[in-house]
Design a protein around this ligand. Sequence first.
Ligand SMILES: Nc1ncnc2c1ncn2[C@@H]1O[C@H](COP(=O)(O)OP(=O)(O)OP(=O)(O)O)[C@@H](O)[C@H]1O
Length: 948
Amino acid sequence: MGSIGGEEMVKELKELSSSEEKILVSVRLRPLNEKEIARNDVSDWECIDDHTIICRNNLLERSTYPTAYTFDRVFRSDRSTRKVYEEGAKKVALSVVSGINSSIFAYGQTSSGKTYTMSGITEYAMADIYDHIQRHKDREFILRFSAMEIYNESVRDLLSVDNTPLRLLDDPERGTIVEKLMEETLRDWNHLSELLSICEAQRQIGETSLNETSSRSHQIIRLTIESCAREFRSAESSSTLIATVNFVDLAGSERASQTLSAGTRLKEGCHINRSLLTLGTVIRKLSKGRNGHVPFRDSKLTRILQSSLGGNAKTAIICTLSPARSHVEQSRNTLLFASCAKEVSTSARVNVVMSDKALVKHLQREVARLENELRSPGFTSVTSGVSELLRGKDLLIDELEKQVKELTLQRDLVQSQVEELLRGAGSDKSSIISAGSEHHYPRLRVRHNSSVSDFSASAGPQSPEAGIGTLYRSRFHGRHSRNESDELQIPDSDENFLTDGASPHLSIGSPTLVGTAPGQGWEDFEEQSIDNSEDICKDVQCIEIDILNGSKLMDSTALSPVENKEVFSLKDENVDETDQEKMTLPLKADGESYIFPASITPEQAEDASSLGSLKLTHNQSKTCEEDSVTDTPSPPWFVETEKDENTPVNVVDKSFLGRPEDLPRKLSSLNYDNENGRLSRSGSQNSAHLIGIDEPKAQDVETSNNMDTESKSLDPGKKQIDKVQLPEEQLANEQELKTEAKPVEVSRSVKDVALDPIEVKLDNPSNWQSEFQRLQGEIIELWHSCNVSLVHRTYFFMLFKGDSTDSIYMEVERRRLSFINGTFTQGKQTMEGGHILTLSSSMRALRREREMLSKQMTKKLSEKERKSLYEKWGIDLHSKHRRLQLAHRLWTDTKDLNHIAASANLVAKLIGFAEPADASKELFGLNFTPMRVSGKSNHWKRNVMSIV
Ligand SMILES: Nc1ncnc2c1ncn2[C@@H]1O[C@H](COP(=O)(O)OP(=O)(O)OP(=O)(O)O)[C@@H](O)[C@H]1O
């Protein structure tokens, strides 16, 4: 049998076992015993087959008794007890392991072999039960053993030495129970054997003490078996099977048979075995059906075995016969009893005991069901109505839950979008000052022949430098690679001197370029550019060529979102390109590019070129020339460089490589007035002596003004930097361009873009000088307000000294600082190199920088120099923290240019920046190519990076 744990299985078992079943009746004939043989008794009984036994006594043939009896099984005298057990008892006995009560009776006259048979059957059955348990490890079995004797209607516990009769009690569920009957839980087979021995001994004692023959008592050995499936033991649905098997060795039936056959002797008083008599009566009545009263309660035996005699049990009766002719009458009576018994039916079923949990659950369900019934007379209809209602409610709940989930998702999405926008806004603004490469910016689209390549037009509409970024990038720094994806290769932050956020103050445009990951699709770009532009474009300013106004360098400011979008999204969704008027602009063969606002007409463009529109020379080396990017028409607002079919795969890496070596952008030294401790901008010959800055070697303005001339004379293979050409040169270059350049298409579709130009007086040195001083003063004030790095200030101050070509740098710096200042003023924050920049964080950074500089004083300055500085800077020589005091005085007087110059010189000295040739404007973020820096420059770089 498999594991029986579930209620389903139990139900099945119940159904299978609940059918009525006749008592299994067998007859066992024993051989003649020695006494019978000794008195020459003859055997009158013969089993002619397995079911029939006949009497061969001729004397009886004339009587009214039948000569042949048929039973379920008859066993000849030579049949073993094993055989009797196997065929006449085993099936019934083993029902107990399946939860079905069972009883095996041995009925017969004294010395017919009842005990002989029953003891054997008991042992075999016990052995089989144990064997069953062994073979069913999935179930847990508990065996409880008890034994009793009924003598003269007294029940005695055979496991107890106490002879006190036990009372019988009626239990509504369990039926008749024997009070205080000992029940031993069997530990093992040996324990069972031991208990059986005790029973045998007790019974013998009884015989002795009562001086009666054993035939006058009934012995019941009872084994109760509980079992449950191990895996369901703790489960609610687990059920326990419980059943009892009775091995009943009845008293000798000689008297009983007499009473059964002759009711006149019923009144024999105490000698009559009431139990045996009642058993006969009960069997007789039961054999005739269940109609009428069955006197189970008339005897202790029938009370105790009531269920086994017609109720919930399987029953087998083995009737034992003596073959001796001398016992023929008793034998006939036994067969008569057996005949009656075989007509009796029982209805055995599986006895299931529910676990407490299962019972409670079941009862709760039952209670609920009954309560529902009680509440409404029309229970059924109401139930169905309620079910409908509940179903509707369930559907509603499901729907609501779905909606909640959707709304939650939407909320999360919106939340993340808001956060993303906020981050983006911060990043965009920070692009002014940050070199963070993680920002994403729209990319410019550059067309190659039939393909469209997109490269990072980092300076989107998000930042004031957007236009500048675009401009410069396209002119000088776009690392345009004609690789398979036509992606503009963006220098990574390691390559780019200041694009890793090391010095946010020294980089302007780089983050705007490096944001786009290689391989990012054009569609992606469009999405980004449009999305971002709409939100942030109000901050956008753009320096652009104002062709219409004839200005050389224009600044488009305050663009409306739409306008900016048009400009920076690089693809105007509202314009059908095919309908757009195109204009062709010449490109210079050496890689010069023109940047035109989309609003210009071809005619205007033509004029612009002749007027010397801002032309940012890109005097590429040979390799740069080879690396030219495109020759195909480009979408509005793009930068196009010349095409060269020999363009290497990676143009960018070979394009702009930094300042021409023979055109060092040397720092001007500052004039230091030893008398008053102030420096002046002129008189560079005397500058910087105090703090040891090198004597100026650069030609300052002169050099600057001659840059274009010089650059023209350069070997084209040499590296060159960007610069703004003067009109005359530009015109000349334009002439060249017209003959060699490839056409550039500029869309007119965005001609309504309102540019707000800023005129930069490049052609009038006097105007520029005054403009320069104004810008410089403003920048110095903004540095102070924005807590800009002193190193940055120093570097910038020393680098940009009024050269006309500095105008763009100056303007960029001014706008960048204005933006930061505005951010600080509004109490907002922006991103810088991936970090949040606030007024307080900038103050902290500046404080740390001053501390660093104070430490540098001991390294870079001699004691004598320090002392001199203290005196010059008005620091009490006897005060504490003199170095720190000095560091905190640097760059504080924004109105005094000598103070500024002295501060710059001192900072330069402290950070080891002593070689003007190292200085490069590209460090200010206008260069996106790796800087070719010397060892000393690296030193400078390290210093800068460690500071910021
Ligand atoms: N089938 C048999 N084969 C051999 N010997 C048997 C058989 N049946 C009984 N005997 C022997 O007959 C004798 C009497 O048997 P047993 O005591 O079992 O009779 P009984 O019906 O129990 O008598 P009582 O009612 O007095 O207890 C015993 O010695 C027993 O060994």
